[in-house]
Design a protein. Structure first.
Length: 337
């Protein structure tokens, strides 16, 4: 009987660059290909931003509008006036609190709606289409519709048996929050549904075979898949609700009640009704800074700015040189033998 000896399988060394060839991370990248997008970004974003910052430092109003860039330079006086002699701080509080409140309410509603339509059932397509109706309606239509319903003799007071002034006074805050929730939750629903589609069916089958309860399934299987989509939904919802202009402007008209005087409407009033263009530009810059804070936090959280394509690390380059030097050392030893 013959015995077959098996040789141990040697690991194939990973491919390395040829000796003397410039690595990819040191080559000159074709930056000229970014020129069209860079020019467009410069013209659409950077230049208007710089012009807005400069206007915020001018005493530009209806009397100095003809002078334009020759208007009196006042430095940071417009910013000081915005924070001291205008209701900007009150508007910031209203906008931020509304945005956080609406986002906190819409997230569980959107997730629940996505889970309810994940499995197949008769009429699932129709239910999904109905869920998207509040999202696809224009904000002007939604504002006009709810403005009619929230009148003193409207449908809401008739159904509740009350005589609350929803469009004036302190109740306006809750009316605006309710309307914003109605229009915002389908966006969270869409992103949650997209996250649920990434869950493999085999995972659900394994959970069913193991007898996992529905809460454990949601906590340990479904929710981890929704972490990324929900993070994106939360940040976009916050930014959208802070910058929402059309809905409160159409819903309450002009002037707005003090309880719903949000930042975009306040900036509009200062610019196109009071004709204080320098002051409104300062308010717009402050709004931009407030909006940039949650965006920066999100970018840091998902590590989009870590530069993953910066090339191999020093440890990897040392390993490459060691692999390249190994055959040469073996040849030298063989020649000496």
């Amino acid at each position: 009987m013959t015995t077959t000896q098996t040789r141990p399988r040697q690991e194939t060394p990973r491919a390395v660059r040829p000796h003397g060839k410039t690595p990819l991370y040191k080559r000159e990248r074709p930056l000229w290909m970014l020129l069209p997008g860079g020019v467009l970004m410069l013209a659409v974003i950077v230049v208007p931003l710089l012009v807005g910052v400069y206007i915020a430092m001018l005493d530009l109003d209806q009397y100095t509008l003809r002078q334009w860039f020759s208007a009196p330079f006042v430095g940071f006086a417009n910013f000081a006036e915005a924070f001291t002699d205008s209701p900007l701080l009150h508007s910031i509080w209203i906008s931020v609190s509304l945005s956080v409140l609406v986002t906190a309410v819409t997230v569980p509603i959107g997730v629940a709606a996505a889970i309810s339509t994940q499995n197949r059932f008769p009429g699932r397509g129709l239910v999904r289409s109905i869920y998207l109706v509040p999202y696809v309606l224009p904000a002007f239509v939604v504002g006009t519709f709810f403005r009619t319903m929230l009148q003193p003799q409207g449908v809401v007071n008739t159904a509740l048996g009350t005589d609350v002034l929803w469009l004036n006074g302190s109740a306006s805050y809750w009316a605006l929050a309710g309307v914003m929730v109605w229009t915002s939750w389908p966006f969270v629903y869409l992103l949650s549904l997209a996250g649920l589609q990434a869950v493999d069916n085999e995972v659900h089958e394994a959970a069913a075979l193991d007898g996992v309860t529905w809460w454990a399934k949601l906590r340990y299987i479904v929710f981890p898949y929704l972490r990324g989509p929900l993070s994106l939904a939360i940040i976009i919802s916050i930014l959208h609700n802070i910058n929402n202009f059309t809905l409160p402007f159409v819903l309450f008209g002009n002037p707005l009640p003090s309880s719903v005087e949000v930042m975009p409407v306040l900036t509009y009033i200062a610019s196109f009704q009071s004709f204080r263009f320098g002051l409104s530009a300062a308010m717009a810059i402050c709004s931009l800074v407030i909006v940039a804070i949650p965006l920066f936090v999100y970018l840091r959280a998902v590590k989009l700015d870590t530069g993953d394509d910066a090339g191999p690390t020093r440890k990897q380059r040392r390993a490459d040189r060691a692999v390249l030097a190994a055959p040469a050392a073996a040849d030298i030893e063989g020649a000496r033998a």
